[in-house]
Design a protein around this ligand. Structure first.
Ligand code: ATP
Ligand code: MG
Length: 245
């Protein structure tokens, strides 16, 4: 059971998010424990992005609470959440197209005062993402989709987060690039940063996830270890066996 794993790094406790009268998320609870890679799966409009936005303070929580690192952060500004150790790789990556790759990555460090450490962290990230070294002076808008994904992840890592939120990292990527992208996410997790990944591509996400939640029309319908979810007949019917990777 989850309760034996110590305190959750991120906890959503019966969170509901309404946009006007429309209920995008109904009473959902998630737990992410330190060092885990947790996936949130579901089809279009199931509330995946809304979940991420409620953690990052972009979508307002109607009821329920969000806890991070032992503190209730439900009403916090996004900036305060970033300072507390949350970072995001948003849907569509959102790099500044007319800035260089390196300028984009350094945006992740804007709140840091330790400029020497920033420099060495940048070098470490370049070791992790060698493709970005070759591209560091290139305009971000000219990167391929997979390279943009790396850039956005590198930018998130520059704030030294405890938890990275990722919204559909596989979107628009060819299968081989999806694989590479998830291998990098795995590396980030193995280096000690927890990751919460929202994905439609269940096969790719379950391959590396420790635990997974499944949303349908704003409600949590399934949760379990990645192996349990991959094996569940409900999940197989809904998502797998479509031949996506
Ligand atoms: N700001 C908003 N105002 C009104 N409705 C919204 C808003 N944002 C999202 N919604 C609605 O909430 C529902 C869930 O949206 P959400 O973006 O969380 O879905 P999703 O699971 O991320 O879907 P996708 O896989 O297409 O990205 C959708 O029906 C969407 O139209
Ligand atoms: Mg979405």
């Amino acid at each position: 059971m989850e309760s034996n794993r110590g305190e959750a790094l991120l906890q959503l406790d019966r969170v509901t998010v309404q946009y006007g009268r429309f209920v995008a998320l109904r009473d959902v609870s998630y737990n992410i424990f330190p060092g885990q890679m947790v996936s949130l799966l579901g089809g279009n409009a199931s509330g995946k992005s809304t979940s991420i936005k409620s953690v990052f303070g972009v979508a307002k929580v109607t009821s329920g609470d969000v806890y991070f690192n032992g503190e209730k952060i439900t009403g916090w500004t996004t900036e305060r959440r970033v300072r507390a150790g949350l970072a995001i790789v948003p849907e569509g990556r959102r790099l500044f197209r007319r800035m260089s790759v390196e300028e984009n990555i350094l945006i992740g460090a804007v709140n840091r005062k330790d400029s020497h450490a920033v420099k060495s962290d940048l070098d470490n990230l370049y070791d992790m993402f060698p493709r970005l070294v070759e591209r560091r002076h290139q305009l971000a808008g000219t990167l391929s989709g997979g390279e943009q994904q790396m850039g956005a992840l590198a930018r998130a890592m520059m704030s030294k987060p405890k938890l990275v939120l990722m919204d559909e990292p596989s979107m628009g990527l060819a299968p081989s690039m999806v694989k590479k992208s998830f291998a990098l996410i795995e590396q980030v997790r193995d280096a000690g940063t927890s990751v919460f990944v929202v994905e439609q591509n269940a096969n790719a996400a379950l391959r590396i996830a420790d635990y997974a939640y499944v949303l349908r029309a704003g409600e949590l319908v399934l949760e379990g270890t990645a192996a349990e979810i991959a094996e569940s007949s409900e999940m197989k019917e809904a998502y797998l066996g479509k031949g996506d990777s």
